[in-house]
Design a protein around this ligand. Structure first.
Ligand SMILES: CC(=O)N[C@H](C=O)[C@@H](O)[C@H](O)[C@H](O)COP(=O)(O)O
Length: 235
């Protein structure tokens, strides 16, 4: 059984500080390690963690597969953009490396396929392709990815943003691929989790709705009189 098999039918929790707030107080490897230990205690079958420092802190405190990524920058291809980033993630302790496999140009000018080849020369870690369209998913598997995730749907020019998760993309990928399809991106409710598995998802990843007090509180405060009046003043 490989690390991807261990995810089957389960909830993966993404333990990351909020990307759009550099001052998120959760931005601390010790804190992310405690969050990861808590979600595993709660039943998460794997964790998804960003950056070598957080991965190295989380690795010793969880006994489930660790999906690692390395965000570099905020524009274009920024999730594990190069083979060097991928190898840093593997060295820090990831079992599965999540890599942007969208059809956008990569910062080092390499193709996703070349990047996969370079990574395979140096590590046995599995490769999870983060994609935004079904065509990208098919191309990523042809290029050697072990699994695909809908992570980037709603975040690329080819995939318009939506409030909820892209369940249609999960179904399209399941129909076209024989590798595990992981549902990720804007999952917030138990109902959405159920719909992803009904569409054939191998596993579902939830992030901010579980692991970000900052994100959760910002969503709740506008429902209070003080939150509403603060928003009116801002607008
Ligand atoms: C687009 C992008 O950069 N997604 C990142 C991927 O690792 C993370 O910032 C997300 O938090 C995570 O994928 C899932 O979070 P949520 O369940 O809150 O969508």
């Amino acid at each position: 059984m490989n690390a991807l098999d261990e995810l089957a039918g389960g909830l993966v929790v993404s333990c990351q500080p909020l990307p759009d707030d550099p001052d998120d107080p959760m931005r601390d490897p010790y804190v992310q390690a405690r969050v990861a230990a808590a979600v595993v205690r709660g039943g998460a079958v794997a964790v998804r963690v960003n950056g070598p420092d957080d991965i190295a802190a989380v690795r010793p405190v969880v006994d489930v597969p660790l999906i690692g990524l390395y965000k570099h920058g905020t524009e274009g291809v920024f999730i594990t953009p190069t083979a060097a980033h991928a190898l840093d993630v593997a060295l820090a302790g990831a079992d599965i490396i999540a890599i942007d496999a969208t059809d956008r140009p990569r910062p080092d000018g390499r193709t996703f396929g070349d990047t996969v080849r370079l990574i395979r020369e140096r590590t046995d870690a599995l490769i999870l392709a983060d994609i935004s369209t079904a065509a990208e998913g098919v191309a990523a598997v042809e290029a050697g990815a072990d699994a695909v995730a809908t992570t980037l749907s709603g975040y690329t020019p080819a995939s318009p943003p939506t409030d909820g998760p892209d369940l249609g993309l999960v179904a399209r990928l399941v129909a076209q691929l024989s590798v595990p399809v992981i549902a990720e991106g804007r999952y917030r409710t138990t109902e959405q989790i159920g719909r992803a598995f009904a569409a054939g998802a191998h596993a579902v990843v939830m992030g901010n709705a579980v692991t970000s007090p900052l994100w959760i509180t910002r969503r709740l405060v506008p429902a209070t009189p003080r939150g509403a009046s603060a928003r009116e003043k801002r607008e």
